[in-house]
Design a protein around this ligand. Structure first.
Ligand code: AVI
Length: 321
């Protein structure tokens, strides 16, 4: 089914040079940080898929259960024949729960992990022969535009998994504002948002017993070695994740086990024992808090669906007139 997917190559992320720069900026800052987008090389995308299967990681199965239960209701609000644009499409698994009910005219998968994107959109095209499938490799942290040649009556973005939580609230607002400006009036956004809850549930979700989240976090250092030719020993760091109640976010860090130096792009980056590299924030919201944020970004909440335990929420937002 090679030819069934239209791939939009001009959406490729920037050349490795600017990624090096971006990495260096974070690694030489105080405190040190790296954008979570660096998790997602092929191995990182596979590990993320494995996280989604862990019993402690409730967001995926909860969101899928909501989508399964609410597919018909969602279709009623969203309407048929849309141009369905999945942002951060990954394995394109969740959208499958909607396709029959929504019956979009066209599907565009957008993801930063090129190989993974191609494989998953090809599988989608093979499984849904009636669907026009497009793929665009893009970095969602940079301004977007839709590729030409998409059919459908109106664009509806689908941003599942609470990936919005990996932006700070300010970044999330500006991301949503950018998105609302790309949508015509009547265009919409179906978005999954992880909700504030008991910290024990949150801490466990990011510290699974099988160590998959730890491997996902540490893969960042493996990737620095593989792809960015960094000199670094991943086993000289440990995974740390905890809920920061004050900021309503999970923080993930890689903590240096002892004094050491990493070399990247000609720079020597010193770590003292116990020093941490902040690799991810995963913000949690209340439904009202998220609706207010989306409102400031030019969206009007139309409907939302949640599970019985209020762990996770899917909202449908329309671009305000
Ligand atoms: C992709 N994103 C929404 C996940 C999250 O929960 O923030 C990434 C993740 N990090 C550790 N586990 C999962």
């Amino acid at each position: 089914m090679e030819s069934a997917v239209r791939f939009h190559d001009h959406h490729l992320p920037e050349v490795a040079g600017s990624l090096h720069e971006e990495l260096l900026t974070g690694l030489t800052a105080t405190p040190k940080y790296a954008s979570p987008k660096f998790f997602y090389d092929r191995r990182g995308s596979e590990l993320f898929d494995a996280i989604c299967e862990q019993p402690e990681y409730y967001p995926t199965r909860t969101e899928e259960a909501i989508l399964r239960a609410a597919a018909a209701d969602i279709a009623e609000v969203v309407g048929r024949d849309a141009t369905l644009i999945e942002l951060g499409s990954g394995a394109s698994r969740k959208v499958r729960l909607l396709l029959e009910a929504l019956h979009p005219a066209c599907y565009l998968g957008v993801d930063i992990s090129r190989e993974f994107l191609l494989e998953s959109t090809h599988r989608l095209a093979a499984d849904y022969p009636w669907l026009e499938v497009h793929a665009a490799c893009a970095d969602l942290t940079h301004p977007m535009r839709w590729p030409d040649g998409l059919s459908g009556e109106r664009p509806v973005a689908f941003f599942p998994g609470s990936s919005i939580g990996n932006f700070t609230p300010e970044e999330a607002e500006s991301f949503l504002r950018g998105l609302s400006q790309l949508l015509p009036t009547g265009g919409g956004l179906l978005i999954g948002v992880d909700l504030i809850k008991d910290r024990a549930i949150l801490d466990a979700a990011y510290n699974d017993a099988a160590g998959v989240t730890a491997a996902f976090n540490l893969n960042l250092l493996e990737r620095l070695r593989r792809e960015f030719e960094a000199e670094v020993e991943p086993q000289a760091f440990r995974h740390r994740a905890f809920y920061n109640e004050l900021d309503s976010r999970i923080e993930m860090h890689l903590v240096s086990l002892y004094d050491q130096a990493m070399h990247l792009a000609g720079e020597r980056i010193e770590f003292t024992a116990g020093e941490s590299l902040h690799t991810e924030n995963s913000y949690k919201y209340s439904i009202t808090g998220f609706c207010e944020l989306a409102g400031r970004a030019g969206f009007e909440p139309r409907a939302h669906w949640t599970d019985r335990d209020a762990l996770f929420c899917i909202l449908y937002l329309e671009r305000a007139a």
